[in-house]
Ligand binder design. Structure first.
Ligand code: SAM
Ligand code: DTB
Ligand code: SF4
Length: 336
């Protein structure tokens, strides 16, 4: 059978086999057993170790602020089991047209005035088409001219598209691995793990900073969390930015009944991301509304040094700007 005729499940298995020989010929930077051991040590020992790594590499009292805007909401062809924007699930998210450029500029100015330094534009696409790229190029250059860092998350990129975005002024591209290669097929069937790696390579080759992480709390095992960190930390160049999302459950999506993840296990994930990717920004991403201030403070201690800032993520809520400002004040945290 030709490779293109393989089913998604078969392609995923073939990817897992390849990924066991990550960086062929070179030693892995992080072995699975070493990452597993970090998950198994007592919580306080892990916190201590992660915070030390954090201090050695960053100012522990500074956090980077990125604001998200959904420039194209809903109606997506893909079947990502966590996502309220998939057209396959009956959620309360409608299929909307691409936002008008003047509304994007307005939102970016508002984000800048509130203190954000990066503006991230997200679209519910499998990947952008030629006409989409042209619209996004204009948005990127307008946002950049406001003095903000630019980020986009538009799905899979084809040959040449990353270079176009780079030329328009794109600083970061967000594309998540989402979970381990082993669990991936349980969550998404319309694109493979290798498709994601291919897009990430295009971003890296176009000299755009890579923003890549995943979601926990999707019913995955601890081993899957180990294997997600293993994939991220062993990239030839680890991502500059690593978003760790706690699943935001949305009515109508297949993952609505996923078992709740203990918040301390979420903090372990942040701490281990910090230890295994010492130079990367680790972003405390979706799920902050479900965490108390104490859990967020622990996340910052464990090494998180970036957040999504602004009352909306893409289609779900996020803490109010005033609430975050108060939390930062109480913790003596300053925005970067
Ligand atoms: N459509 C593009 C794609 O999937 O590549 C870009 C936008 S997509 C919404 C970006 C990322 O948001 C996903 O890869 C996933 O990691 C995260 N995400 C989506 N829905 C989520 C949810 N309900 N809870 C947590 N993270 C979520
Ligand atoms: C990422 O890792 N998390 C953000 C961003 N990248 C695009 C998205 C979170 C989405 C949460 C569900 C929603 O608001 O639709
Ligand atoms: Fe579409 Fe992205 Fe949602 Fe998947 S995560 S359904 S690709 S918008």
């Amino acid at each position: 059978m030709a490779k293109s005729e393989l089913t998604v499940k078969e392609k995923t298995v073939s990817f897992i086999n390849q990924s066991n020989s990550i960086k062929k010929g070179e030693a892995e930077l992080w072995k699975k057993t070493a990452i597993q051991n970090l998950f198994d040590i007592p919580f306080n020992d892990l916190m201590y170790q992660a915070h030390q790594v954090h201090r050695d590499n960053f100012d522990p009292n500074k956090v980077q602020l990125s604001t998200l805007l959904s420039i194209k909401t809903g109606g997506c062809s893909e079947d990502c089991g966590y996502c309220p924007q998939s057209a396959r699930y009956d959620t309360n998210v409608d299929n909307e047209p691409v936002m008008h450029i003047k509304d994007v500029i307005f939102a970016a100015k508002k984000a800048k005035d509130a203190g954000a330094t990066r503006f991230c534009m997200g679209a519910a696409w499998r990947g952008p088409k030629e006409k989409d790229i042209r619209l996004v190029e204009e948005m990127i250059s307008e946002v950049k001219s406001l003095g903000l860092e630019t980020c986009a998350t538009l799905g899979m990129l084809k040959e040449g598209q990353a270079e176009r975005l780079k030329d328009a002024g794109l600083d970061y591209y967000n594309h998540n691995l989402d979970t381990s290669p082993e669990y991936y097929g349980d969550i998404i069937s319309t694109r493979t793990y290798q498709d994601r790696i291919d897009t990430l390579s295009r971003v890296r080759d176009a000299d755009i900073n890579v923003c890549c992480g995943g979601i926990v709390g999707m019913g995955e095992s601890r081993e899957d969390r180990v294997n997600l960190i293993y994939q991220l930390a062993n990239m030839a160049t680890p991502p500059e930015s690593v978003p760790i999302n706690l699943l935001t459950k949305v009515e109508g999506t297949p993952l609505i009944d996923a078992t709740e993840l203990d918040h301390f296990e979420f903090i372990r994930m942040i701490a281990i991301a910090r230890i295994c990717m010492p130079k990367s920004y680790v972003r405390l991403s979706a799920g902050r509304e479900s965490m108390g201030d104490g859990i967020q403070a622990l996340a910052f201690f464990a090494g998180a040094n970036s957040i999504f800032y602004g009352e909306e993520l893409l289609t779900t809520g996020n803490p109010d700007v005033e609430k975050d400002q108060q939390l930062f004040k109480r913790l003596d945290i300053k925005p970067i």
